[in-house]
Design a protein around this ligand. Structure first.
Ligand code: 5GP
Ligand code: MG
Length: 223
């Protein structure tokens, strides 16, 4: 059975020719200045536009296809953050897939992980002897992916692979790497494309860095 690489570096043979950090650097180099801030006024900068995400989602889907061939697998999506990424990625994959979700405790109104994440809602599908692809929005300290990977492995899947759209490598506290990574990003608090601050900004089509002065709910009215 394939186990997650808690210690080993991510397998490189399934990655695109350029490493994810190069994807981001190259993307920023060609992005016009207006696009860097136009996604939402609360953003200090746009890291990834909708078009860049779409292109990368398609290529991650090809990497996943290369790994699984035509086999069926079960996608486990970490909600809410991975909802948009999962929905777009699934539609680029023509394998038979099943979908389940796990909800892990969120940052709430904070912008840094504190303490140990908790599982709030677990699986409903039986994954014994099934190939599992675990999907999250962002790999940060690594605590969430490790916790959920361990839970899944206790249920005896045939294999487990992990996929994240974003990787903040500089923040890792637990030695874990994902099998499929969309983009490596700098250590900044980002929102959009599923990622939130206190449940806002998930519906932005791209991803950007939230202005420091907007990292507070002071002044928000209930609505
Ligand atoms: P980890 O357990 O790896 O520290 O954190 C993973 C979770 O933290 C992600 O699933 C995500 O919910 C949240 N997270 C980490 N960094 C960011 C960020 O920059 N922006 C947002 N919105 N959430 C983040
Ligand atoms: Mg999350």
């Amino acid at each position: 059975m394939r186990r997650p690489n808690f210690r080993r570096a991510r397998r490189t043979e399934k990655l695109p020719a350029a490493p994810p950090s190069v994807w981001l650097a190259a993307s920023l180099a060609v992005m016009p200045k207006s696009k860097r801030t136009s996604l939402h006024p609360d953003l200090a900068e746009v890291l990834l536009t909708e078009a860049q995400i779409k292109r990368r989602v398609k290529s991650i889907a090809r990497e996943i296809k290369a790994a699984y061939g035509d086999s069926e697998f079960t996608i486990i999506s970490l909600i809410n953050g991975a909802v948009l990424f999962t929905a777009d990625l699934m539609r680029e994959i023509d394998n038979p897939v099943r979908l389940d979700c796990i909800r892990v405790s969120s940052y709430g109104t904070k912008t840094k992980s504190i303490g140990t994440p908790q599982i709030i809602h677990s699986l409903t599908l039986d994954i014994k002897k099934r190939h599992v692809l675990l999907i999250d929005d962002i790999l940060d300290t690594g605590k969430t992916l490790k916790l959920v990977s361990e839970l899944i492995l206790k249920l005896h899947p045939a294999s487990l692979r992990t996929c994240v759209l974003l990787d903040k490598k500089a923040r890792r506290e637990v030695p874990i790497e994902a099998d499929f990574v969309g983009f490596e990003i700098p250590d900044k608090f980002v929102v959009g494309y599923g990622l939130d601050f206190a449940e806002r900004y998930r519906n932005l089509s791209g991803i950007g860095v939230l202005k420091p002065e907007k990292q507070t709910t002071a002044g928000w009215s209930a609505g």
